[in-house]
Design a binder for this molecule. Structure first.
Ligand SMILES: [Zn+2]
Length: 457
């Protein structure tokens, strides 16, 4: 069935005020994860946001179900098959003193842009999805499948909401989660965390990194004086685009090396302070079992070539490796690396490639999550991508593979689609999160077409 694009556009546009009113109400609810209670598994805020959203959809005349305050959904249409549009109502913490120009939990609109925690990730997308369901209903379009707008409340801190939803309600037959990028993400790399342990003769203390999924931008180390050439170390650091500070503490040299942060899924965009500290010490002549272990097995590669002793890749994108955090306890250096492996590999096969024991140290895989891969030629991917292309006219950007993870990993037959338009940074998880109102409307328009294409698959 050929949808009337102009009519969809006009009907969505007519809901502009309604969309902003709903989004403002949801932004006003601080839905950061809170203290769990007997019937509110993620605390009061997420449950309140869920009740408010379900109430809106109930008043619209949709059938609504609250799945134990983990998630909830609104449904339209009849049939055996379920199409899911899956967003989330929880947010990552925000407070004005972090550097916001306005209160994060009071939505403000300025020059056609709304600001507030969640306007993009992901309350904006949820509200745009609500509008798309309303438009489909208003237009009386034939819906021979059950279309569900599923809203979770724990995406940011573990996705236990969707796990619970799937346990109670099952998977969907086709779906998308507007919590990633247009024109869709058909592959999400596998994620692995590997701990390492080693002994050092010269490093007395070391501490660096805030999180394993971030390229370390600062590391402190206390090192035996005379175990390396300080002048050579200084020139190494300078040559590699880093900076450092140095001071004396008795017989020790205290070094702080500064690199550049980036997300672990794109480690080549950062400069790893930990890896350069040890590469610098080695080039400055330090003879040490830990430094040898680190430089030979982890080193400066961001593609894991040293770690796996081969390049691990497939046609959709290479493996990435990030050395995230390091510390020392009782004379043992402990660190964690974050690996994102290609979408067509299985975790067992990747683990089998790792040499765990070395004479100077050892590795241990602590977490491993398989990748998500949906055939880019499958109807799910091509239907969604064509809805995007037809409405935006953008033929340049194509569905992609990413190193991060979304809801799509938690529920079958689902891929991330929207809500971010290509090349834009909405400052999600950051201060002054923003979204243009016209883009929220454009999202709703795209979702109408996307849902109707999935209905026809
Ligand atoms: Zn999100």
């Amino acid at each position: 069935m050929e949808l009337n694009k102009k009519e969809v556009k006009e009907r969505v546009a007519a809901y502009r005020d309604e969309l902003l009113d709903r989004l403002g109400k949801l932004i006003a609810i601080n839905s950061e994860e809170g203290t769990p209670t007997a019937d509110m598994p993620f605390g009061e805020g997420p449950a309140k946001a869920l009740h408010t959203a379900l109430d809106m959809l109930d008043k619209d005349g949709f059938k609504t179900v609250n799945v134990d305050n983990y998630a909830g959904y609104a449904e339209m249409g009849e049939g055996d098959k379920v199409i899911g549009v899956i967003g989330h109502l929880d947010v990552v913490p925000a407070k004005k003193s972090d550097g916001w120009d306005s209160e994060p939990y009071e939505m403000v609109e300025k020059d056609g842009i709304v600001y507030g925690r969640g306007v993009s990730d992901d309350k904006g997308a949820v509200v745009a999805s609500m509008i798309s369901l309303k438009v489909i209903k208003d237009m009386g379009l034939p819906v021979n499948k059950r279309v569900r707008l599923i809203m979770g409340t724990n995406e940011e801190t573990g996705s236990k909401c969707l796990e619970h939803y799937v346990e109670k309600e099952g998977h969907v037959d086709l779906g998308f989660t507007p919590d990633g990028d247009f024109p869709g993400i058909y592959g999400e790399k596998g994620i692995m965390r590997v701990d390492y342990h080693s002994k050092s003769n010269n490093i007395l203390d070391v501490k660096g990194g805030n999180a394993v999924n971030i390229v370390c931008d600062k590391v402190n180390a206390k090192i035996k004086a005379g175990s390396f050439d300080e002048t050579r170390f200084a020139s190494y650091i300078k040559e590699n685009g880093l900076t450092f500070e140095s001071s004396k503490d008795g017989d020790a040299v205290v070094l702080t090396v500064f690199g550049k942060a980036a997300h672990a899924s794109t480690p080549d965009l950062g400069i790893n302070a930990i890896s350069h500290l040890f590469a610098g010490l080695k080039s400055a002549g330090m003879d040490d079992p830990f430094v040898d272990f680190y430089c030979s097995r982890i080193g400066l590669d961001t593609n894991g070539a040293s770690f796996f002793n081969e390049a691990v890749t497939d046609e959709y994108g290479a493996l990435t490796l990030n050395s995230g955090v390091i510390s020392m306890e009782n004379g043992i250096v402990n660190g964690i690396i974050d690996i994102r492996f290609p979408v067509t590999l299985k975790k067992e096969d990747v683990i089998a490639k790792i040499k765990l024991e070395e004479s100077n140290g050892s590795f241990e895989v602590s977490t491993a999550v398989d990748p998500l891969f949906i055939d880019p030629k499958s109807p799910l991917v091509t239907s969604l991508a064509s809805a995007y292309e037809e409405i935006t006219g953008d033929t340049t950007n194509k569905p992609m593979v990413i190193g991060g993870g979304t809801y799509a990993k938690e529920i079958n037959n689902t891929m991330a689609f929207g809500c971010a338009f290509p090349g834009k940074d909405y400052r999600i998880h950051n201060t002054n999160e923003w979204c243009p109102v016209d883009e929220l409307l454009l999202q709703a328009e795209i979702y109408v077409h996307a849902i109707m294409k999935l209905v026809e698959v």
